[in-house]
Ligand binder design. Structure first.
Ligand code: ADP
Ligand code: ZN
Ligand code: ZN
Length: 818
């Protein structure tokens, strides 16, 4: 009997497709294997087998699959369930999920660009077909699969391509290229040979530079240079930590030609054999938190750990991970993209060595494919440290998922579909494995806080910083007043400048924080700082320059731009927003001696650029670091004594119902970078809204007060966590037609959902790639059955598209938008 397979194609198709199996594959094909299938005219895709059966489809001519790519499945049964959940919950197709889930190397298609690996050497002669492909690539190193197929005349070329990929003779082209550089470690040694007598002379010379003297003595002790054995090699970082001095002290000794710095190659991440060290013992508070988490997992699947910055949450995670591994279970440790640094990697690697795998979107695709394959087998990594997309990796025996910095909105994928939230996805994934989820943060998301408050999640607090160092002192500065008195120097208050000066004199470091979202088009009164707000939603209005109007992009309401400020009658209403670049320029003029670095989207396009900025700052090569929210993410610096928040108002007035929550989180996180080890740090918080409740809550570090206020507002204005939001986006090339369709669809939605529907409204970016966009908001009560709501939404979408006039309408959804 003829066999058939239903497959998932990497396309946004509403259902699976059926193909017939040629006899040669009939025996070997399994659910979860990849097959190459023809689709459309002359196009080939890698599809995934969802089902094998004997039911011939009717109504269309069934095509044969062209090739079977795998002898064993590359997806595990749980993953199918997980994909289905994502597609269902986030209102997208399994094809969308497939595209997001698999690394490129596993989903070849006609348009895939492959490139030649110049370092490839074959162990044995290659099959003729493969050699022919390589010959073509040798002439032109990057080509699409379609072109290779045409030029080589090879039928079913994807099988040959796959074989070459497996041999690493070719790669799938990376969009973001990481220039390979071996990792090096800076080490310190005495310049020239020095005997004991000379050392004592040096001690005398340095008696007037006590910090340098202390450092030299620490070196002598640590390296064992006066002992009988071979002296130990001394890493710069470790020496500075042990001696507890600023890098400039060491630089002083280098200048005096007493020390010299050299570099030692320590190999690529994860491939090094590092000695695995003992776990740090937990202190009393950490131990208690640990025990409470374990306890809560007895009853609940999810636990929220609310621990202040530097309380040692990571140490608690490490203990939990170690216990999981001892039980033979795997752990997934999620971090937001920008927080995944070498700092955390090294900390985990020190303890778990080669049992740790890292899954990062900026890693080469070949590495991601390798991790995927490894996870399929019995000898997968015990721990995966990864970003959002690592929820899609296969796990044999997942026991625990840690979502660190769980409040981060970068856990939500914006574009393209699936627009999933990795925190929610992780909780669902864990439940499918019978595993637990730990959410950790110093500033919980209001959603998680609410879930913990209602008893859905366990809840554990860690209130003491490690070694009981005080939280930084936060000093508010009223820049409205200072602007009026013309006492501001650019963006800087005299107090901030004074503190920065003092810090630099004492060889301490400074972080200046400027919110990236300050660029949102908003209007502000130059005199009093008034910002127009929507009367229905209590969010700042967005300024549309073209039409010279203000709109609320939550409810769609539009306002005329007033001629003068209703608060102070000032007439200077300005478009605001200033960037990190301008700040950098100003700082260079104010502090010409200081080494300044900037960390924002522009300066961190590649992973190595990002890490270099951090490493330079860690090693004291940079005195002042200016940055966007990136500087607030889980970084642990030892010599930062001053943090400057340049303008809290851009965060507070951002047009979003989450802006207060986020402003609090950002300020609390960035403040946490000040004064970690030696002494209490200081934060200068510049704002025009000195009386704003959020400012008071940040100063008092009163998270609970902030949540209390926010929950009340969210309830009143029907926002999460009381209501679930679904944004319905409509797109079309024809603006007039789109306007009409949007009205019709909103009416249909209102007929079903009543006043839970808002809009249609023009989103801030109302045209993308020649497509016009409209947005309709649906607010659904948290306890309403979501499955039913989804059915209704999809039904209305179908009704629309089945109407001949509207068939060109494109509809997509953003469920739980951030
Ligand atoms: P958090 O994740 O809560 O911000 P970390 O785990 O990064 O805190 O801890 C802050 C610093 O204190 C780190 O440098 C860490 O190595 C150190 N630390 C915390 N707890 C311990 C411990 N129990 N033993 C040794 N060092 C610790
Ligand atoms: Zn509004
Ligand atoms: Zn005013």
């Amino acid at each position: 009997m003829k066999k058939y397979v239903d497959v998932i194609l990497p396309l946004p198709l509403p259902k699976s497709f059926t193909y017939s199996l040629p006899d040669e594959y009939a025996e070997d094909v399994k659910i979860g294997c990849r097959v190459v299938v023809p689709f459309g005219r002359k196009k080939f895709y890698t599809a995934i087998v969802l089902n094998v059966h004997y039911c011939a489809p009717t109504g269309y001519e069934v095509k044969d699959i062209s090739a079977l790519l795998d002898a064993s499945p590359i997806l595990l049964p749980v993953q199918f369930k997980f994909w289905e959940w994502i597609a269902d919950y986030y209102l997208c197709t399994q094809g969308d999920v497939y595209k997001a889930a698999l690394p490129s190397g596993l989903k070849l298609e006609s348009e895939t660009i492959v490139e030649y690996n110049p370092d490839f050497e074959a162990d044995a002669p290659l099959p003729e077909r493969e050699q022919r492909i390589l010959d073509l690539l040798a002439v032109d190193a990057q080509q699409s699969v379609t072109k290779l197929e045409k030029d080589s005349g090879i039928k079913n070329i994807l099988t040959a391509i796959k074989s070459l990929l497996d041999k690493e003779a070719i790669f799938v082209k990376e969009e973001l290229k990481r220039t390979y550089k071996p990792k090096t470690e800076a080490r310190v040694r005495l310049a020239g040979t020095v005997d004991e007598k000379q050392l004592h002379i040096l001690f005398d010379i340095l008696s007037r530079a006590p910090k340098q003297l202390a450092l030299l003595m620490k070196y002598v002790e640590y390296s064992g240079i006066l002992g009988t054995g071979t002296p130990k090699e001394v890493s710069k970082k470790e020496l500075l930590q042990r001696a507890n001095v600023a890098p400039s002290v060491l630089n002083g000794l280098v200048d005096k030609k007493i020390f010299e710095i050299y570099y030692h190659e320590i190999g690529r991440l994860n491939k090094q054999e590092k000695e695995v060290v003992e776990l740090n013992a937990l202190n009393e508070f950490q131990q208690r938190a640990h025990d409470e988490i374990v306890q809560s997992f007895q009853e609940k699947n999810v636990c929220l750990l609310h621990g202040v910055t530097s309380s040692g949450k990571t140490e608690v995670y490490i203990h939990l991970i170690e216990e999981m591994i001892r039980q033979g279970k795997q752990v997934l440790y999620l971090l937001p993209e920008i927080a995944l640094t070498t700092q955390i990697t090294e900390r985990l690697q020190r303890v778990f060595g080669a049992r740790l795998g890292i899954y990062h979107s900026k890693f080469p695709d070949a590495e991601r494919v390798e991790i995927w394959r490894k996870q399929l087998g019995e000898n997968g990594y015990d721990i995966i440290l990864g970003v959002r997309s690592s929820v899609f990796l296969p796990f044999r025996n997942l026991g625990l998922v840690i979502v660190d910095e769980e409040h981060e909105n970068t856990y939500k994928q914006q574009d393209p579909a699936p627009r999933y939230h990795a925190r929610s996805a992780a909780i669902v994934l864990a439940a499918m494995y019978g595993a637990k989820t730990l959410l950790g943060t110093a500033t919980p998301s209001i959603e998680s806080w609410q879930n913990a408050g209602e008893g859905k999640y366990g809840f554990v607090q860690l209130k003491e910083r490690y070694k009981e160092i005080q939280l930084p002192e936060i000093i508010p500065v009223d820049i409205k007043e200072l602007h009026r008195k013309k006492r501001m120097v650019g963006q800087f208050s005299p107090l901030l400048i004074q503190y920065m000066k003092e810090a630099l004199e004492q060889e301490e470091q400074v972080i200046l924080f400027q919110n990236r979202r300050g660029f949102a088009p908003m209007v502000e009164c130059r005199t009093c700082g008034w910002v127009p707000k929507c009367k229905n939603c209590d969010v700042s209005l967005t300024y549309h320059k073209g039409i010279n109007q203000l709109t609320c992009h939550y409810c769609g309401y539009t306002y005329q731009l007033p001629k003068s400020c209703p608060a102070c009658e000032g007439t200077e209403l300005v478009n605001r927003g200033f960037g990190t670049e301008k700040i950098e320029d100003d700082i260079k003029i104010l502090f010409p001696e200081a080494a300044v670095a900037r960390m924002d989207l522009d300066t961190t396009r590649t992973r190595s650029a990002y890490e270099k900025i951090i490493a330079d700052f860690e090693q004291g090569k940079t005195d002042i670091l200016i940055g966007t929210q990136m500087v607030s993410k889980g970084l642990d610096f030892d010599h930062v004594s001053i943090v400057g928040i340049l303008n809290a108002d851009t965060m507070l007035n951002y047009p979003d119902f989450r802006s207060y929550e986020r402003a609090f989180q950002l300020m609390a996180q960035v403040a946490g970078r000040a004064g970690r080890k030696n002494k209490r740090g200081r934060v200068v918080l510049q704002t025009k809204s000195i009386e704003h409740p959020i400012i008071h809550q940040v100063i008092a570090n009163d998270y609970e007060d902030m949540v209390g206020g926010q929950l009340a507002e969210r309830q009143m204005f029907h926002y999460p966590p009381y209501y679930r939001l679904v944004y319905v986006y409509l797109k079309n090339h024809n603006e007039a037609l789109l306007d009409q369709m949007a009205v019709v669809m909103a009416d249909k939605l209102r007929a079903v959902f009543g006043n839970r529907v808002l809009g249609p409204d023009k989103p801030p970016v109302a045209r993308i790639q020649t497509l016009f966009i409209k947005k309709i908001v649906v607010k659904i009560e948290q306890n309403a059955p979501m499955g039913r709501a989804r059915e209704l939404l999809l039904r209305i979408q179908r009704e629309m598209i089945e109407d001949e006039r509207y068939k060109s309408l494109i509809v997509y959804y953003d469920v739980d938008p951030m």
